[in-house]
Write a protein that binds this ligand. Structure first.
Ligand code: HEM
Length: 275
């Protein structure tokens, strides 16, 4: 039996699914377990959780885009990659919210974090894997969780977005070196002359290679946003902890500056000078 109140709103949910049931809000909204009584710890937890949720969607989109490119279904892939860029844009704004937390406020609960750090974010590492940046420390960190470790290993060994883009260049008839096409996928991608030459041709003959040209620009968008996220993280960290060591054990800002030097899709940046 459906009950509506005088404004026409459904109010009888004894046997029906509510918004909260559908979204499992009980579990999400009861997962902000502060370790201190400090007011600002709530912000700190929520900003990380929100970022992890966006990373979950990013991975979902990236994996589907990788499959779509393998099947040469470029239009659906472009749509998913555009969504990824918009998510990246969204999470960059989160730094503005976090930057309202001062060093004194963070010090109020930092000791409670022990050695926990975003460095151990396995979803972040899986995003890096999908972009072809492979580091294996996360596999060691999650040694204690065999199911997660297996998932991480699968992601670590899988082709990244750039691998399938390079395969698409080869499918189009570009002469890509065999050692790139059969590269060890557990290693971080390194720039290659034959790939660079192919992208130069794509950018010189955009009408002829329109799909590949669009694909290249989508990849540049993603790398550009990723670098902006990394930069804002580094600056926000400097603003909050200066040059102290991170809870994860790194040099902190020094380490975060160093990762900014890494290029995911090196030729796509290099050719801009050469065109
Ligand atoms: C007060 C806020 C924050 C501080 C002080 C901070 C500090 C740091 C530091 C120092 C590192 C280097 C590793 C270490 O030694 O711990 C790091 C890494 C990292 N943090 Fe944060 N962070 C903050 C907020 C966030 C937020 C909101 C996220 C969102 C998920 C995040 C995600 C990461 C990730 C993914 C890494 C690994 C980066 C890499 O290896 O390239 N952090 N953080």
């Amino acid at each position: 039996m459906t009950f509506k109140d005088e404004q026409g709103i459904y109010t009888n949910f004894k046997e029906k699914m509510t918004y909260g049931d559908y979204l499992d809000l009980d579990s999400i909204l009861n997962s902000q377990n502060r370790l201190s009584d400090h007011h600002d710890e709530m912000l700190f937890i929520i900003i990380h959780q929100v970022s992890e949720l966006w990373m979950k969607l990013t991975l979902h989109e990236l994996r589907a885009a990788i499959e779509a490119i393998q099947e040469e279904s470029y239009q659906p892939a472009f749509k998913m990659l555009a969504r990824v860029s918009n998510i990246q844009n969204q999470i960059i704004q989160a730094w503005d919210v976090l930057a309202t937390m001062t060093p004194s406020e963070y010090l109020g609960f930092r000791d409670q974090l022990g050695q926990a750090s975003g460095f151990q974010s396995y979803q972040y590492r899986m995003v890096e894997f999908a972009l072809g940046y492979k580091t294996d420390h996360v596999l060691k960190i999650y040694e204690k969780d065999p199911e997660l470790k297996a998932e991480l290993k699968e992601a670590y060994e899988a082709p990244g977005l750039y691998d399938v883009a390079i395969q698409a260049l080869a499918n189009e008839g570009f002469a890509i070196d065999e050692d790139v096409l059969n590269r060890d996928l557990t290693k971080t991608y390194e720039a290659n002359k034959s790939v660079e030459e192919a992208w130069i041709q794509v950018y010189r003959h955009t009408d002829r290679y329109w799909d590949l040209y669009q694909l290249a620009e989508k990849l540049v968008d993603i790398e550009d946003w990723m670098q902006q996220w990394r930069f804002r993280h580094m600056k926000t960290v400097e603003r909050i902890i200066g040059h102290k060591q991170g809870t994860g054990g790194s040099s902190g800002v020094g380490y975060l500056k160093k990762v900014l030097d890494h290029y995911f899709f090196p030729e796509l940046w290099g050719i801009r000078t050469k065109l």
